[in-house]
Write a protein that binds this ligand. Structure first.
Ligand code: SF4
Length: 423
């Protein structure tokens, strides 16, 4: 049996708690099980236990069998002298501090159903291990868990953004530009887009922001997409411009073969996305400052409503004319950019400045945006766990990726309910 399940039972006081006695016959009352320690040292810190008539404050160590105390070397380790209670499933030996003092021991008694439910969760091959039980978990309970999951997700993204900032001398605009570029790749071309942005400093784009053709020349040139041997006047004009700018700024393009078109709808072709990205830069300077100054959902959406240059109305790629159509960034794509880039940056920026009001605004934006429709949210929906907004869908993505996929049910609040369902 895994020791972690005993941690879970102890932490949540799921053991039989009346008439508790140590193996030596002293009465036991668990006033506070303490705080789980995931580092070196005893398993629970700052517990409060009443043994007989005395209240002890100290640490608790947990093992499946008492004999593991000596096997793990705790008898000779002063770090374990502060243990006031040794909690075990089976007491098969006495345990001692380094000075030879015996340590009181308690055998945990708990419903068999907890271990049985846990074994089922760990072994089954359902899409989500608790798929056949989650319907019994009250919706209101899941709602409370979503709040914590969303905060966890935003804090994890904040940690990633801190790393990007470290590499960019804490330049928020530059870090935002790199991340924004990645989001324009919409998964398939995310990495190529990020490499393109990294190869083309934002300051260079800033110098040419008033000329859309020059922005396109720089972006398509650096993307390695102007090398095609096609007789297309627009392509040739961009190449001519790029050849000049490349020398001026000593630029080196990325490899054009990094871009993927296979299985993409034409609206998602990298040519269209790069043209949209150029139009966005043409329209806005200091994009991140604008966002922090006015984190209003309507305003944010308006920022990303851009139309690429005339040429792209009749093209999805160079030299291949198509029926005329507008190629602005679609509503779903705008929502995706706001959910995955704007909100995490806003939250992270507010977090570093201790600005709770702005953090709340970032969360509010997610509450106002429709839920994402992807393979994960559809799966939860089929299981009866619906997403009403992007707040919900982000929380459920966090749950699936960080908990369910790793079978981290002992740390999950739904797991707590599922494991104790029959107990
Ligand atoms: S982590 Fe939670 S939601 Fe996921 S399978 Fe385990 S108990 Fe269910």
């Amino acid at each position: 049996m895994k020791e972690s399940i005993l941690h879970f039972i102890w932490q949540n006081k799921l053991f039989q708690s009346h008439s508790l006695h140590t193996t030596d016959g002293d009465s036991v009352e668990v006033i506070d099980p303490g705080r789980l320690n995931t580092d070196a040292g005893p398993d629970f810190f700052n517990a409060k236990i009443k043994l007989g008539n005395t209240i002890w404050a100290g640490n608790v160590e947990i093992h499946t069998r008492s004999s593991e105390w000596a096997k793990h070397g705790h008898s000779d380790d002063k770090a374990y002298n502060s243990v006031v209670l040794h909690v075990v499933k089976t007491a098969d030996a006495q345990v001692f501090r380094t000075n030879g003092e015996p340590i009181p021991q308690l055998e945990l008694v708990y419903p068999d159903s907890i271990e049985e439910n846990y074994a089922q969760l760990m072994k089954n091959s359902l899409r989500i291990p608790c798929e056949n039980k989650i319907a019994n978990v009250p919706v209101v309970f899941i709602r409370g868990w979503k709040n914590a999951l969303l905060t966890e997700r935003l804090l994890r993204k904040t940690a990633n953004i801190s790393e990007i900032l470290k590499q960019n001398n804490r330049h928020w605009e530059e870090a935002f530009y790199l991340n924004l570029a990645r989001s324009f790749g919409f998964g398939t071309n995310g990495q190529a887009f990020e490499m393109l942005a990294a190869s083309l400093p934002m300051q260079i784009l800033g110098k040419h922001k008033n000329s859309l053709p020059q922005l396109e020349a720089l972006l398509f040139g650096q993307a390695g997409l102007l090398a095609a041997n096609e007789e297309d006047a627009y392509l040739l004009s961009l190449r001519k411009e790029y050849d000049f700018l490349k020398i001026k700024y000593d630029l080196k393009s990325i490899d054009g073969s990094l871009w993927k078109l296979l299985r993409l709808r034409p609206d998602n072709f990298p040519y269209v996305r790069i043209a949209q990205f150029a139009a966005l830069i043409h329209k806005s300077t200091g994009l991140f400052s604008k966002i922090t100054e006015n984190p209003d959902i309507q305003y944010l959406q308006s920022i990303f409503r851009v139309e690429p240059s005339e040429y792209w109305k009749t093209h999805y790629r160079f030299a291949h004319e198509s029926q005329k159509s507008l190629k602005g960034i679609g509503q779903k794509a705008i929502e995706g950019i706001i959910i995955n880039t704007v909100v995490p940056f806003l939250f992270s920026y507010a977090d570093t400045r201790g600005n709770q009001n702005m953090k709340d605004k970032a969360v509010e934006i997610l509450e106002k945006l429709p839920a994402e429709n992807n393979v994960i949210t559809r799966m939860w929906n089929e299981m009866g766990v619906a997403s009403e907004s992007a707040f919900d869908s982000q929380a459920l993505i966090q749950l699936k990726k960080e908990y369910c996929d790793n079978r981290n049910c002992l740390r999950c609040r739904i797991g707590h309910k599922v494991l104790t369902i029959d107990s």
